[in-house]
Design a protein. Structure first.
Length: 259
């Protein structure tokens, strides 16, 4: 009987929806395209805080749906951006991918216009190449080319194993969380240490967490046992994955809280 009651209990999140929105590329003089995304939201009318999720250079993760459901269970609308589908791409690991930034701002506009989203409480979360985009958002270096004047803005950003050297010397202008493995040879933690230490306000705006012994992709279970792929050393670390989820949950709760 208990099992039957549990089966009838409502899910903490609605079913994932595939959505489409315009990139912000036209604001920088480029051609805007329709970008695909996967939306998961808490049950209810909201308005809820929200997060834009930015994948790595390999594309959407195998556990994309589980990530969206987890974040929705925390009380946030989750929009996973699929940068590759509309462009016919498989991976971008050997090249820069500036289009990720315009796609992220397109997702921001889409969420801010939704009646079930609190437009003043939207964060960006990225992994690896997506984390590079998240740090670019946090630094504000390309905001003028992508954000609408007097339009919605990202309130916070979280970056999991980002290439921190790409933002060397840049001040983070919004609250920023950086999570990286101490044994990561793809995006070394030392670069993130330098970035955090060089912030003009110390570390009051940037929180850096380094997981000793963890490698690149430490939260992706598809890399259990380790994998060498496209010149990258990738390895799942169960302990670091669990701790990173807790850090991310606490960060969002603190930075997207309503006044």
């Amino acid at each position: 009987m208990i099992a039957a009651l549990l089966a009838l209990a409502p899910s903490p999140a609605s079913a994932e929806q595939r959505v489409k929105f315009d990139s912000a590329a036209s604001r920088g003089g480029g051609a805007a395209i329709g970008v695909q995304g996967y939306l998961t939201k808490p049950r209810g009318d909201g308005p809820f805080p929200a997060v834009v999720l930015l994948h790595n250079c390999l594309g959407l993760p195998a556990d994309r749906r589980a990530i969206g459901e987890r974040i929705a269970s925390w009380g946030y609308v989750a929009l996973f951006v699929d940068d590759f589908a509309s462009r016919g791409l498989k991976e971008t690991c050997a090249v820069d991918f500036p289009e990720g930034l315009s796609d992220a701002y397109g997702a921001l506009d889409y969420l801010a216009a939704a009646p079930y989203v609190d437009a003043k409480a939207i964060a960006a979360i990225g992994w690896s190449q997506g984390a590079d985009t998240a740090l670019s958002i946090a630094s504000g270096r390309s905001a003028s080319a992508n954000a609408l004047p007097d339009g919605p803005q990202f309130k916070a950003a979280a970056a999991l194993y980002p290439p921190c050297a790409n933002q060397s010397g840049a001040p983070m202008r919004i609250p920023t969380l950086i999570l990286v493995g101490g044994a990561d040879v793809v995006t070394p933690s030392a670069d993130c240490e330098r970035l955090a230490s060089a912030q003009p306000d110390g570390r009051s705006r940037v929180k850096l967490v380094v997981y000793p012994g963890a490698e690149h992709g430490f939260d992706e279970s598809e890399f259990s046992g380790g994998k060498h792929l496209l010149g990258m050393e990738l390895k799942y670390d169960r302990d670091a994955a669990g701790r990173s989820r807790a850090e991310l949950r606490d960060f969002l709760a603190a930075k997207l809280a309503r006044p």
